[in-house]
Structures are given as C-alpha cells and as structure tokens.
Write a protein that binds this ligand. Structure first.
Ligand SMILES: Nc1nc2c(c(=O)[nH]1)N[C@H]1C(S)=C(S)[C@@H](COP(=O)(O)OP(=O)(O)OC[C@H]3O[C@@H](n4cnc5c(=O)[nH]c(N)nc54)[C@H](O)[C@@H]3O)O[C@H]1N2
Ligand SMILES: Nc1nc2c(c(=O)[nH]1)N[C@H]1C(S)=C(S)[C@@H](COP(=O)(O)OP(=O)(O)OC[C@H]3O[C@@H](n4cnc5c(=O)[nH]c(N)nc54)[C@H](O)[C@@H]3O)O[C@H]1N2
Ligand code: SF4
Ligand SMILES: [Mo]
Length: 670
C-alpha cells in the first residue's frame, strides 16, 4: 500500500511523505507532490528511512551486563513494567518525586508522543526538564524583540523578496525545502547572500558568501545599521509607527563603524558597506536566521541585533519579507492540558497518594552531566525518550560518568540501539511515525498535519504514551489526562477559538492529512505592532583562550539529522565514513598538520582524535567538525561533545555548541 504521513523528525520542513508499505514493512519513501512546501521530494536522509529501521528494537530488554556494555535479555512487557513501577514507587516513597528525571527531546516532533508523556512526570512531581538544547536562546531573543515566533509565509518569498540573507544557517542542509523558493526568487531577480564562518553547501549556492568570526554577528549587524542610519536608508515611516527604543539602538550603532566591526568580525570593510547599501536599496529583504548563530555565549543578543535589520528597512510591510527564525508561534493550539501542564498550576484534589509539585526543581538539559553527578538530593531514576543524550548533550565525559552510576536506575524508550540505550537498565521498544497517531505543527511553514497509523507496530514496539499510561495504572494515578488517547489529546489541542484554526477539526485533518492555517491575506505579521529595539543588543563575542586559541564549530551534517541516520551505512559512507576536522591551511601549517593526518583536539573539557582535512572552507582561527556522529565511527570512539561545555547562552538558557575554545596538534604516538 502507498499512503501519506508527515515526517516526524526535528526539521523545519515537516514534509508530507508518501510511504510504500508491504505487510508492515517500509519499502519506499517519497515526497508528496500535493504538499506546497514538500513539492514532491524528500531529503537525502529520509529516502533512507527504510534502511534506518531494518535493525530496530522489537522487544523489551533488561540489562544483564555492566552499564554501557549493551548486554541485555528479552523480557515481557508485564515484567518490565511491573519492575519499573516497583522501583519507581520505592524511590517516590523514600525520596519523593524530585529524585525522578525525564530526559527527552524531539526525536519525534509529534505533539502527542513528544509532549504528552510529561503528564505522567508532572503527576508524580518529578524534576522538570528545561528543554533548552536547541531553540530557547533564539526563542527568548525573538520574543523579546517581536513577540510571537513567526515570520513571513515562505510561499510569498519568490514573488516579493528582492534580497535574501541566509544568516547563521546552512539552509540547503537544514531547511532544504526552502531552496525551491529561494531559487525561484533568484530567477525573478533576488540576490542571495550567506553569512557564516565556514563555506558549506549554502555558501556555494549563494551569490555572495561573507565569512565572519563565530559569535561576532551582533557587531556586524550594528555596522550594517550604522551605514543604514548614516546614509539615510531607513524606512522612517514604518519605524515611526513600530519602533520602540530606536534612539538607544542608534546610539549603539553609531559606535560600530564598519572599520571597527571589520576588525572584530573579519568581514572586510568594503563588504560591509556594500551589503548595507544593497539591502538598503532593495528594502524587500527576506532574512532567514538559523539557530546555529545562537549557540554562543552571546547568541541571544546576536540574534536580536540581526533580526532587527529588516525592521530598519520596513521590510515587514511586504509579504514574503522580514525575518524568519521559526514559524512555530503561529499555531494557536490550546496546550493547557498537553503533557499535563495544568498539573504545574497547583490545587489538584484527586491525585491520590502521589502529588504534582508545581515547585518541582528544574534541570537545564544542557547540564545533564552535572545533574547526574552533582545534584543533591540526587536523581535516582532517569527516563530517556526521543533523544540520544550520550552523544548529543554537552560534556559527554560527565554525562557518561552519570549514566554509569550503579545507583541510577535508567529506563530508555528507543527505536534503535543507540549508544545511550546501551546504558539502560530497561530498554523499551518504541513505535515509528507510521505506527502511531499524532498531530504535527512545523517550524518552517504554516501547515498542520495528522498521521494516522498505517501499520500495526512491528514486534512488541509501543508508543511512548502507552508506556506511561501503563505505568500510571500501576502507580494508581487518577489524573484523567494521563489516560487520554492521541485523538483526545489532539481534540483538546484544537479546541481554540483562534481565527487561524477556524474550520480545522481533527476530522478534517484525518481526511486531508495536512491543512494550512487560515492566515490573513496578505500575510504581514509585523507590519503593525511594536518592534523592541531596547534594550539595545549587547555585543558579546565568543573568545578563545590563551591555551585554546581556535574556536570549534560543530554544525549539522547534510546526511544525518542529529544522530538519527547516523548508523545508516550508505549515509555514513556518503559523509566520508568518519568525522573529519576542517582546518584552514594557515592554522594547519602553524601546527605542522597536513591533510589526512590524525590530530588531537583538546578543549578545557576533554580531548578527541580525528583525521584532519586541510581546507580553505573555514575562516582562519575557526575549525569545524560537522555532524553529531555516533561515537563508534570516530577513530578514538569518542563523540564530538566530549569537547563541548555546559555553559549557557545569555538569553534562554540555551546551548553553546559552536563556541568551544580548542587546540589542535598532530597525534604523536607515545
Ligand atoms: N541535514 C540536517 N538537517 C537538520 C539537522 C541536522 O542535524 N541535519 N538538525 C535539525 C535541527 S535539530 C535544527 S535545530 C535545525 C537547525 O540546526 P542548526 O544546528 O541551528 O543549523 P543551522 O540553523 O543550519 O545553523 C548552522 C550554521 O550556523 C553556522 N554558525 C555557527 N556559529 C555561527 C556564528 O557565530 N555566526 C554565524 N553567522 N553562523 C554561525 C554554522 O557554521 C552552520 O553553517 O536543523 C534541523 N535540520
Ligand atoms: N555538538 C553538537 N551537539 C548538538 C548539536 C550540534 O549542533 N552540535 N545540535 C543540538 C540540537 S539542535 C539538538 S535538537 C539535539 C538533538 O538531539 P536528539 O533530540 O537526541 O536527536 P537525535 O540524535 O536525532 O535522537 C533522537 C532519538 O529519538 C529516537 N526517537 C524517534 N522517535 C521516537 C519515538 O517516537 N519514541 C522514542 N522513544 N524515541 C524516538 C530516535 O531513534 C533517536 O535515537 O542535539 C544537540 N546536540
Ligand atoms: S528530515 Fe526534514 S527535509 Fe527530510 S523528509 Fe523530514 S522534514 Fe523533510
Ligand atoms: Mo535542534
């Protein structure tokens, strides 16, 4: 059979896919030609989904070897659930809910399987996980500046945008369904400029690539603003109505002459002048910013400085123009009961023995290593689902030490045997996106969608929400939302009077698969309203250290999605078979490093070994490791996050993956 389903991966495109299945076996994945954003193609990664799931987990497993050794025996669901419930009750009785921590992220973006499991944890008063690993620095920055996280409709870009800035985003890899819109805009005369510390697919697509030093974007943005003010290229009519605190911002911009900014950013002065003048004359600017540029100590402020530029030009007055970080704030769903959020509000008479705890302690997910090794009172039970923290969380050394604790009881819900899963005490097989129902939004467009299960689960795989329902029963929890079906969760989410959702019912979603929000036409999200220029963004550059003079970037690989697909042979081979360090010839020469040599990379937090690739792609002083590869492919069996730190961003408590100071040296055998 051939049927439609939304891609569940953490990617702005939320593609509509056509799946060919034979007796529950996935044979083929194609892009849905009916979907205006998907436009009939999937990405290089998801075409390989059938290979990804050939070696999936099918039965519950109990650990028999040492932690991390990956030795398990098959057990029944009854045994696994009974034993997990027993261990949980012991800990809850003895130490209370805060000794339990859910660790989860966006392995699936479906709202039901992503968020609703949290109802269980909120009902028992578990520690709250702050979901900060990816988007919160950007979200906080955006919300401070504009309010809701939304931007122009990508479908309006080709006809309207005359100047396109791709800033701190490798969109050809990470938002590939934007590309057809960019191409069409270019065909109609738009220029495309990429601003990024290293040359990648997007730079090669762009008409112009400006390389800047990592973490210096705010200075570049101010210098552009400086020129726009000086040369009278602003839209005063728009600013007169919309700008709040413009004078303070202008004062800061006056300090950033192109000359001064050039010295900090590494972008030539003439390039700054030219870019400012071209943007200023074009006015119809579409700026796509990525989360990449926010993963720095000053990432939140940097994003604010950059996204204010289109406002200076009045670009928001034109459809398809303005700035876009995410579209997720446009989906006006009623999230009050999703994941039991109401349980955090206090006053719950019917909970029985276990109680929600509105003041539960919060754990920042970027600090998992510290949470598992230093928190007091300690975490005793860890549930991991929709994520692979051993590889993706910062400071792997610390995370591993935590996961290896003998007194930590770890339950992992997974589809495949990840390197995190090997540390589980109980490993529970999870369903795939075409085996469970779910509701999907998007962070790159404005379509809402519904997946109906297309096949019964393989083996004994079960949805996350099923597992937590079963545990809730065993604990005798009474909270009704714990027992909601996916349909009930979706109905509750859609129960909103917002005009964008008018006429969008679950029934309609089931019938049509995907439905666009009822956006007003023309869609001009910030043409009116307030743009907050104050407080003026701070310039907080990413600094190397005397002993660690290079900055390491660790951006996504084209053919992996975080660690998903990182065990698919064909994709691993297409990425070169092993992770390699990109290093500029100047930096290589200064260290006696030649192409293909094995090198040590050291940071204050750890060291790893990689093969060097000497290339002019990065700006000098910056080295790059693309992709959060599975540890097993690295020459030393250590993932990239052995080098990164738990340091948080200036806004939103976000991750700082692209700001690691490192030193690199040729490997000498002892
Ligand atoms: N193929 C692929 N697609 C993906 C993913 C993937 O792993 N692979 N991941 C998905 C996820 S989870 C997310 S969050 C999104 C976005 O994922 P992100 O990791 O935010 O990726 P991008 O937004 O493309 O941003 C990466 C770019 O930012 C650049 N960059 C780093 N530091 C700076 C800086 O200081 N200034 C500037 N100007 N640029 C900088 C990097 O060099 C890189 O080119 O992509 C999603 N899509
Ligand atoms: N150095 C460095 N580290 C990074 C980044 C970086 O750029 N550089 N990027 C960061 C970013 S942006 C992000 S978002 C994080 C992402 O990190 P993660 O959220 O951990 O993403 P994945 O590595 O793709 O792992 C998702 C896992 O969820 C599982 N999964 C999928 N669907 C389901 C389901 O329905 N149920 C269950 N139980 N499991 C499921 C998949 O099998 C997969 O193993 O990584 C971060 N780490
Ligand atoms: S990973 Fe992104 S681009 Fe690829 S199919 Fe899924 S949604 Fe589309
Ligand atoms: Mo992410």
């Amino acid at each position: 059979m051939r049927a439609r389903a939304t891609c569940p991966l953490d990617c702005p495109d939320a593609c509509s896919l056509l799946l060919t299945l034979e007796e529950g076996r996935l044979l083929r994945v194609e892009g849905d030609p009916r979907h205006p954003i998907t436009q009939g193609f999937a990405c290089a990664k998801t075409y390989r989904y059938p290979e990804r799931v050939r070696e999936r987990l099918l039965y519950p497993l109990r650990r028999v070897g040492r932690k991390g050794e990956g030795k398990f025996v098959r057990v029944s669901w009854e045994e696994a659930l009974d034993e997990i419930a027993k261990r949980l009750m012991e800990v809850l009785d003895r130490e209370g809910g805060e000794a339990v921590l859910p660790y989860h992220y966006a392995g699936t973006t479906g709202l039901v399987e992503n968020q609703h499991p949290l109802a269980f944890f909120r009902a028992i008063g578990a520690s709250e996980l702050l979901e900060t690993i990816c988007a919160t620095a950007g979200s906080a920055a955006w919300e401070m500046t504009y309010g809701p996280r939304l931007g122009p409709d990508p479908e309006d870009i080709p006809e309207n945008a005359r100047y396109i800035l791709l800033w701190g985003i490798n969109s050809l890899s990470t938002n590939s369904h934007l590309t057809p819109f960019l191409k069409e805009a270019r065909r109609r005369g738009a220029k495309v400029v990429h601003i990024d510390p290293y040359e990648n697919l997007t730079s090669r697509f762009a008409d112009l690539h400006l390389k800047l030093r990592p973490g210096t974007d705010a200075a570049l943005a101010y210098a552009l603003a400086h020129v726009l003010f000086r040369e009278g290229l602003l839209d005063w009519e728009y600013l007169g109505k919309a700008a709040v605190g413009l004078e303070e911002f202008q004062k800061e911009a006056e300090k950033w002459t192109p000359k001064r900014a050039s010295a900090l950013t590494g972008v030539p002065e003439e390039a700054i002048l030219r870019l400012a003048r071209e943007m200023g004359e074009a006015k119809r600017v579409f700026l796509r910013v990525g989360y990449g540029m926010t993963r720095h100590p000053g990432g939140g402020n940097a994003l604010r400085a950059v996204v204010l530029l289109p406002a200076l030009l009045g670009a928001w007055r034109y459809p398809g123009c303005g700035a876009m970080l995410s579209t997720s704030g446009a989906f006006p769903l009623n999230k009050r009961f999703l994941g039991g959020r109401h349980l955090l509000e206090g006053g719950h008479p019917h909970q029985g023995y276990f109680r929600p705890n509105p003041k539960a302690r919060a754990v920042n997910m970027n600090q998992l290593g510290t949470a598992l090794t230093e928190l007091d009172p300690p975490i005793r039970v860890l549930f991991v689902f929709n994520t692979n923290p051993l590889v993706v969380a910062p400071n792997t050394g610390k995370v591993k030490a935590g996961l290896a604790r003998e007194d930590l009881f770890t339950v992992v819900l997974e589809q495949v045997m990840t390197e995190t899963a090997r540390f589980a005490d109980y490993l529970l097989p999870a369903t795939l996106f075409y085996e469970h129902p779910d509701l999907y939004t998007s962070y790159g467009h404005y379509y809402l969608s519904w997946n109906e299960p297309l096949s019964p689960p393989a083996g004994e795989a079960r949805p996350n929400t099923w597992v937590f329902r079963e545990l809730a029963k065993r604990l005798g929890l009474k909270e009704p939302t714990l027992y909601w079906t996916a349909e009930e969760v979706a109905e509750s989410l859609l129960a909103s009077d917002h005009p964008y959702l008018e006429g969008i019912t679950l029934e309609r979603l089931k019938r049509e698969g995907f439905v666009k929000l009822n956006l007003p036409r023309p869609f001009l999200p910030f043409a009116e309203g307030q743009v907050r220029f104050s407080p003026p963004p701070e310039v907080i550059p990413t600094e190397p250290l005397p002993e660690y003079p290079l900055i390491l970037l660790t951006p996504p690989a084209h053919r992996f999605l975080n660690t998903t697909y990182g065990d698919v042979k064909a994709l691993v081979e297409a990425e070169g078979g092993e992770p390699r360090l990109l290093i500029h010839p100047e930096d290589a020469e200064a260290r006696g490093i030649r192409d293909g040599m094995l090198v040590h990379i050291r940071s204050p937090w750890g060291r790893i070994t990689r093969k060097a690739h000497v290339t002019e792609a990065p700006i000098p002083g910056t080295v790059v490791l693309e992709g959060t590869w599975w540890e097993k492919w690295a020459p030393d069996g250590k993932g990239v996050n052995h080098l990164t730190s738990e340091r948080l961003t200036d806004l939103g408590g976000g991750s700082t993956f692209h700001s690691t100071p490192v030193e690199v040296e040729p490997l000498r055998l002892a």
